[in-house]
Design a protein around this ligand. Structure first.
Ligand SMILES: [Zn+2]
Length: 235
């Protein structure tokens, strides 16, 4: 399995940026037409050249294609069970959070046979920076999500914290979280910092399992340094 989160080195809002990332990773990439919903779309070989699937979670059981979710402050969530040969990339903004897109992707992978899911939460806007309106804060709190208040007393939403809590509740134990805030860190595109901005992404791809003798004995390690593709050890 390979997984990474990108920086503003690649602007995935542009065709040039998408092609450059595909070349960098030596992988055909599948992107989505993201609509802030909770629909999971299965993709496979050939999807990279077909029309973009509409949905906020891409799932696959096929090796050798990269699933990519594009974000600028929203949370890119990657899920995989390398042993079962299943992976998903998920786009979680506040609408997706409220719609339950993360849980939907987990349920979809499990229904396809995933048993031990690993999760990686990429760079997103941090709760200190993510000021939201009082109505959304109240609805999120009501739904059991993590909210708080900033120094000025205005409501804040903890996107990554809320998703991590939902994943734990769904039974996931291996959850990696990026420490970066896309608004504060100028290596990332931020919709809140500049509305007319590009997109970074989260990428996950399945690889053929290694022969048994080559299997590493150490535990699977979750990604990654932003902007750099890192290879994950299969369990
Ligand atoms: Zn921040």
């Amino acid at each position: 399995m390979r997984a990474c989160f990108t920086t503003n080195q690649f602007d995935l809002a542009t065709l040039d940026g998408r092609r450059a990332l595909s070349r960098e990773l030596s992988l055909p990439l599948v992107f989505a037409r993201q609509v802030h919903g909770a629909e999971v779309r299965w993709v496979g070989p050939g999807s990279e050249t077909a029309e973009l699937p509409t949905g906020d979670a891409l799932a696959t059981g096929a090796v050798g294609i990269g699933l990519v979710i594009r974000t600028a402050d929203c949370l890119p969530l990657l899920l995989a069970d390398p042993r079962a040969g299943l992976a998903a990339a998920v786009h979680v903004g506040w609408r997706g959070l409220m719609a339950g897109v993360a849980e939907a992707a987990v349920a979809e992978l499990r229904s396809a046979g995933a048993a031990n899911l690993l999760a990686a939460l990429g760079p997103s806007i941090c709760p200190n920076c993510y000021q939201v309106g009082p109505d959304l804060a109240a609805a999120a709190r009501q739904a059991g999500h993590v909210t708080g208040r900033g120094a000025d007393g205005t409501p804040r939403l903890d996107l990554a914290g809320s998703v991590a809590a939902r994943l734990r509740r769904a039974g996931l134990r291996a959850i990696w979280r990026s420490p970066e805030c896309t608004l504060e860190d100028d290596r990332f595109f931020s919709w809140r910092a500049a509305r007319d901005t590009g997109r970074q992404g989260g990428v996950i791809a399945l690889e053929p399992p290694p022969p048994p003798s080559d299997r590493p004995t150490r535990a699977p390690r979750l990604p990654t340094h932003a902007g750099e593709a890192s290879r994950l050890a299969a369990p």
